[in-house]
Design a binder for this molecule. Structure first.
Ligand code: CP
Length: 309
């Protein structure tokens, strides 16, 4: 693979390979001891057309840990605001001889479009409702480290599934790695025929939680609703909010996850988000290791190193 545009198209052994590679960076990242500057001399451009805290900063930290020259392009401060098209913007970055481009965009498919136009590897940092592959990899790594394995874990993904690239990438990764995936959403926020992705849909969160090993909560993506019916915050919390009382329905050692940003008191109560069983800050930490692995693996060919497994 030249690019990382999604989990779709990756074989289970390729996903496992990226997780194994990420695992090798966890300790070095924790202690900031990364004398291995294997991306030295490479230019990494992070082009973000949509807001981000975790993904942008962890891609920047990951590139810097590995010695790359990292530059960030925030669309809000760029010539996109003067009417420059996505493709012209991408060709401009290409002409600056970027060695790897990381893109976040509000349109599904925008990252794949750019991948077909530029000369260097492109990594998807989230495109519209389509995919957020490094999020799924960091979530899978967090589950594997906390639970020992992914196969056979009962994972419940609850929230705004209709608009969620995180849910899509996670479903693809977790089913590929043989987890039992349950998805739960109000019927208006449930994608049609989602069971074709190999998951079991629920609209009743209490039933979905029964015996869950992992509970992954998603926020309502109000920026993407496009007229979809959205319950009031109070109604939503009542039916789909993860409270301590609800968490008791899951397995006693169930792991609580959230990709962030959280809306505390809506999809997740603070008592759960800050609970000992919450892996939310660990997810963020794994994000740096996963992005180090992806930047390393995707630039191997350009560096004359053997690439994918
Ligand atoms: N999880 C995630 O993608 O967060 P950001 O939008 O802050 O990058």
């Amino acid at each position: 693979h030249r690019h990382l545009t999604g989990i779709d198209g990756l074989q289970p052994h390729e996903i496992a390979f990226l997780l194994d590679e990420a695992e090798t960076w966890v300790e070095a990242n924790r202690t900031h001891a990364t004398p291995d500057k294997r991306l030295a001399g490479l230019t990494q451009i992070n082009a973000f057309f949509e807001n981000s805290t975790r993904t942008l900063l962890s891609f920047e930290i990951a590139g810097k840990r590995l010695g790359a020259d990292v530059v960030n392009m925030h669309a809000a401060q760029s010539s996109v605001k003067k009417g420059e098209t996505l493709i012209d913007t991408a060709m401009t970055l290409n002409a600056m001889r970027a060695d790897v481009i990381v893109i976040r965009h509000m349109s599904s498919g925008a990252v794949r479009l750019i991948a077909g136009k530029v000369d260097c590897p492109v990594l998807n940092a989230g495109d519209g409702r389509h995919e957020h592959p490094t999020q799924a990899l960091l979530d899978a790594l967090t589950i594997r480290r906390r639970k020992g394995s992914i196969a056979g874990q009962r994972v419940v993904i609850c929230g705004d599934l209709l608009h969620s690239r995180v849910a899509r990438s996670n479903i693809l990764a977790l089913t590929a790695l043989a987890a039992e995936v349950r998805v739960c959403a109000p019927s208006t926020l449930m994608p049609p025929a989602i069971e074709r992705m190999g998951v079991t849909p629920f609209t009743d969160f209490d039933r979905a939680l029964d015996g869950a090993d992992v509970v992954m909560m998603l926020r309502l993506q109000n920026e993407r609703m496009d007229g979809a019916y959205v319950p009031s915050t109070r109604e939503y919390r009542l039916r789909y909010g993860l409270t301590l009382e609800r968490l008791a329905r899951a397995a006693p050692d169930a792991l609580v996850m959230h990709p962030g940003p959280m809306n505390r008191g809506v999809e997740i109560d603070s008592a759960v988000a800050d609970h000992a069983r919450s892996a939310i800050t660990e997810q963020v930490e794994m994000g740096v290791a996963v992005r180090m692995a992806c930047l390393d693996v995707l630039t191997r060919r350009a560096r004359g190193v053997e690439g994918w497994a």
